[in-house]
Design a protein around this ligand. Structure first.
Ligand code: TXA
Ligand code: MG
Length: 320
């Protein structure tokens, strides 16, 4: 659990010019702010300011060996932080701004605080598409480190209410920009020689990556030594408070049933079997299940293709 005391008053401001100006001034003073992105809500701070980054780790109760994703406004800003090979440039041009994070060799002269990258020689970078996050980047004029805005190890927030439920009293400000469109964390990719490795599956699918690059795309997150290459991908992450079973076709009366398609339940991820809709609603379903009186969460089978693979990855981690 986090070390900080729950004494801060958490203010929620509707997205708009006032909220952006307030958030930018808070970030300039070294205080993290929760902000919507197209994937999940992030807890953002100036990535060059070690003390501000330490406040992110403290608010989340996040282990210091787990590095953060650094968000920038454009490719020029990204190239100041990392070395891009041909494949990385191809991916950046095709998928940025958007829900793709690239793990790249860090530049020796990078201004990023080493606590943000947990001392690694690589850095995870993303150019977000969400207008509120983009407005914040423009107002702050600095790279923003932002992990998902939840207590460490818990489900990522896809609404401002989720953020408050997880970090209320521990952060000063949440910008409310409504529910996140993708609803799952960004795809994390590392380029490797003539291919690309997915370290975390997400909204940009293996099929999309292969088509854009014409290269071999491997699923590195399925290999056991992943803890070394992506420290945050430890199996114990993304957990709800209750036991969870997935790919399940039968349930007990006191289960909270998360359905998909024709398999209905207390919460149907997508009645007409749309995987993108299911991804966008997954964490909302898990939050609702956690808040219910049920003793166990069971989830109907989800097709393991496209973004369904990212959904099943999060469910697998939620069982740990
Ligand atoms: O969609 C997202 O990516 C959201 C929004 C806010 O941008 N952010 C997010 O951050 O999901 P977080 O901290 O919850 O997940 C970041 C993941 C962690 O698993 C971390 O270990 C991994 O990225 N990561 C960060 N830097 C890395 C690096 N240099 N090498 C490998 N993995 C890295
Ligand atoms: Mg996270």
């Amino acid at each position: 659990m986090p070390n900080a005391t729950n004494t801060t008053v958490t203010e929620i401001l509707a997205a708009g010019d006032t909220a952006i100006a307030t958030a930018a001034s808070s970030i300039t003073q070294g205080h993290p702010v929760a902000v919507p992105t197209e994937t999940v809500y992030g807890l953002a701070a100036d990535a060059r300011n070690a003390e501000a980054i330490a406040r992110i780790y403290d608010a989340k109760g996040r282990p210091a060996f787990n590095p953060l994703i650094v968000h920038v406004a454009d490719l020029t800003a990204a190239e100041r932080l990392a070395h891009f090979d041909k494949t990385a440039l191809l991916l950046a041009e095709r998928f940025w701004p958007g829900p793709l994070t690239l793990v790249l060799p860090k530049r020796e002269d990078s201004p990023i605080a080493s606590i943000a990258t947990a001392g690694l020689e690589t850095i995870a970078i993303r150019i977000p598409a969400h207008p509120v996050m983009r407005a914040l980047l423009a107002a702050c004029e600095c790279p923003l480190a932002a992990p998902s805005a939840n207590a460490s190890g818990r489900i990522s927030p896809t609404t401002a209410a989720h953020v408050v439920a997880s970090l209320g009293g521990r952060i000063a400000l949440v910008i409310d920009g409504g529910p996140c469109q993708a609803g799952l964390e960004s795809t994390i990719v590392r380029t490797a020689g003539h291919g690309a490795e997915i370290l975390r599956p997400g909204p940009v699918t293996r099929e999309m990556l292969a088509q854009a690059t014409g290269l071999k795309v491997t699923l590195a997150y399925e290999t056991p030594d992943l803890a070394i290459s992506a420290p945050g991908q430890l199996a114990s992450h993304y957990a709800p408070r209750k036991p969870l079973a997935y790919d399940v076709t039968s349930s007990d009366a006191d289960d909270y049933v998360i359905g998909f398609g024709a398999t209905d339940g207390d919460f149907n991820l997508s009645a007409h079997g749309d995987l993108a809709e299911a991804a966008a609603r997954l964490f909302d379903a898990l939050h609702a299940a956690d808040a219910s009186d049920a003793l166990r969460i069971v989830v109907a089978p989800i097709p393991d293709c496209g973004i369904g693979r990212a959904i099943n990855d999060r469910l697998r981690r939620a069982t740990a």
